[in-house]
Design a protein around this ligand. Sequence first.
Ligand code: GZL
Length: 340
Amino acid sequence: MNRFKKIISLMLILALGIVLGACGSGSGDTSSKGSSGGGDGLIYVGFVQVGAESDWRMANTKSMQDTFTEENGFKFEMVDAQQKTDKQITAIRDFIQKDVDYIVLAPNTEAGWDTVLGEAKEAGIPVIIVDRMIQTNDDSLFTAWVGSNFKQEGYDAVDALAKALENKGISPTEGEIKIVTLQGTMGSSAQIGRTDGFEEKMKEYPNWKMLDRQSGDFTQEKGQEVMESFLKSYPDIDVVIAENDNMAFGAINAIKTAGKTCGPEGDITIVSFDAVKAAFESMIAGDMDVSVECNPLHGPRVKGLIEKLEAGEDVDKIAYVEEEVFYAKDAADIIESREY
Ligand code: GZL
């Protein structure tokens, strides 16, 4: 929209606002536009999901679907963007056209959101971001973010590897420890934080050597493919860092197919992220050594934010979820308590 048109439309909006204001409605800001929900009194939530690439993502989707039900007072629509950022941008524009009450975005990658989130802001639709983060200099473009501290997860993985090595009688400080990393979707905050956090803290172990890093795009299939190439290039890998459980499952398949062993009794130590139920099963089966938790149950957290916004209350801009680290030796005692 060109500058002149923008001024005219802003004047019209202002005039309309004054008229509507006289009728005592609307707050003007984007923290909440009051439920329109298509006139049925429901709060209309448009959720822009990354895809269906992993067990973690399916658990995240289920948490949102189980929370934003009609009996809970919501009209809920979700778009699966198949791990394509441009599909997410299109989905946001569709939700703006539909005039949803809230847009919830799980961004695939960090870059490129200012324009479309500016359009949502102009339309007066609050945006809540979950899971991964966006890169922006204008934090007025989103109302709140809830997710994980990915760099901390990377730090935790260094401590987890040291402990997993000790659990199998290997000193983490003696002898060269050769590591390969299966990275997540490049440019996603989960990949950036986990890669950077591990790289930064592994300096505490000068005997640890990162042989290679390559993206498996958070999928089991790609993770297996990359691990097969690593095994051909590096005959003496000691550790695999998989930036999610599904890539770890792929790596384990590749290791076994190559006639090698992994896990607490095996030659190759497997350190993973997410700690989904299948990771506990893998640890119990003796294939995986440790998984750094990344909690996907964002549905109730986002519902709490929306309820506060609807009540005109302030919400925290940034909220990190609590997470733990789980080791193979404890997996059997814990698996029944896991929600995802
Ligand atoms: C992390 C999330 C990542 C998971 C993967 O919060 O964005 O995306 O670690 C998922 O399993 O694909």
